[in-house]
Design a protein around this ligand. Structure first.
Ligand code: UDP
Length: 338
């Protein structure tokens, strides 16, 4: 089959592309490299079934052409990462809302199945964990820019569901919980790559707030498996489904685990939210998905353990370091010889 992935050079998009290509499928990948990077997909260039287009989904003509060629569309292009959202709220709202509208509009002309990537952020400050898909969304005030991300993604969900209801445009909406693995960058504030690179550098591990807030981390390969199963499940069409792991850990606990798995002597430091993000920043205390619906629809639930997940991220950073070290050494040798 032929799949279009918007945001295909991003962290999750590149893993999805890799999986599809390894199964013999053809991949059309669109990315404007705003947060994605060529580094994420360089290893996929060897497949002649992979075609990449470095352009924004705002290029309607190209989008229409690629939608026309594809059997299924994975819409992953979005502004993500708490740091980016706090620093660039205009970009977040415009990219997320306009982008989804353009994709749905193009897909609906050909009635191509669209997987819309949403986020667990939409549950906001709801305290009733585990979060079920039919739970209320409890967002903070519009004066706190963090909530613009949740609101923009909630609008993406409304749009997708409305296209299904009104135009019979098939959609599946996945609410992705914290997804981690190789190639995720810490540049936009994500905790796992931050902690691992700090631990490997021997730098202080920066826990924000009290560190008692918790998250559940899912290995990206398992998130990809869930996404692929959902798009091949007829009963999932028109549905919103949580995708993630339900093994909960506090950020203080994660800092300790990362220290232990890396054998690092980094100190653990606590940074107030105001300093880490912006004055008045609001965080979610707990975020745990109910995986009942995912399991009921697909028979699948992620199983990787947290130490396994951390070890994979550590191995990725170590490999990157070895490469950088090797380049540095060969440069030094070259300049010594010249
Ligand atoms: N966090 C942290 N240290 C960091 C980065 C993040 O303690 O260097 C915390 C952050 O405040 C949040 C949790 O880790 O409570 C997860 O943050 P992330 O940005 O990865 O994802 P979120 O779940 O907030 O979308």
């Amino acid at each position: 089959m032929r799949f279009l992935i918007t945001g295909g050079a991003g962290f999750i998009g590149s893993h999805l592309a890799e999986r599809l290509l390894s199964c013999g499928d053809e991949v059309l990948l669109m990315d404007d490299l705003s947060t994605g990077s060529m580094e994420n997909i360089r290893h996929l260039k060897k497949f002649d079934r992979m075609h990449y287009f470095l352009d924004s989904i705002e290029n309607r003509q190209l989008l229409a052409e690629l939608v026309d060629e594809a059997d299924v569309i994975f819409h992953l292009a979005a502004a993500v990462g708490v740091r980016l959202i706090v620093e660039s709220p205009v970009r977040t709202i415009e990219t997320n809302v306009n982008g989804t509208q353009l994709v749905l509009d193009a897909a609906s002309k050909k009635r191509k199945l669209v997987f819309t990537a949403s986020t667990s952020e939409v549950y906001g400050k709801n305290v009733q964990v585990p979060f079920r898909e039919d739970a209320d969304l409890v967002l903070g005030p519009t004066t706190k820019s963090r909530w613009s991300y949740a609101a923009s993604k909630a609008l993406d969900e409304f749009l997708s569901l409305s296209y299904w209801k009104e135009k019979k445009q098939p959609v599946v909406i996945g609410r992705l919980f914290n997804t981690v693995g190789p190639r995720q960058t810490g540049r936009y504030g994500m905790v796992m790559p931050n902690f691992v690179s700090q631990a490997l550098d021997g730098a202080p591990i920066t826990v924000y707030g009290t560190g008692q807030q918790s998250r559940c981390f899912c290995d990206v390969r398992e998130a990809v498996e869930a996404i692929l199963r959902l798009v091949s499940t007829t009963r999932a069409v028109g549905q919103v489904v949580n995708i993630g792991s339900d093994q909960e850990i506090s950020m203080e606990g994660l800092a300790r685990l990362v220290k232990e798995r890396t054998g690092s002597s980094s100190p653990i430091t606590y940074i107030p939210y105001d300093e880490a993000y912006e004055p008045g920043f609001e965080d979610m205390h707990r975020r745990v998905p109910s995986l009942e619906k995912l399991q009921d629809l697909t028979g699948f639930r992620p199983r990787a353990t947290l130490p396994e997940i951390v070890d994979r991220v550590v191995a990725h950073f170590e490999k990157k370091r070895d490469l950088v070290g090797a380049v540095g050494a060969s440069r030094q040798a070259a300049s010594a010889g010249s």
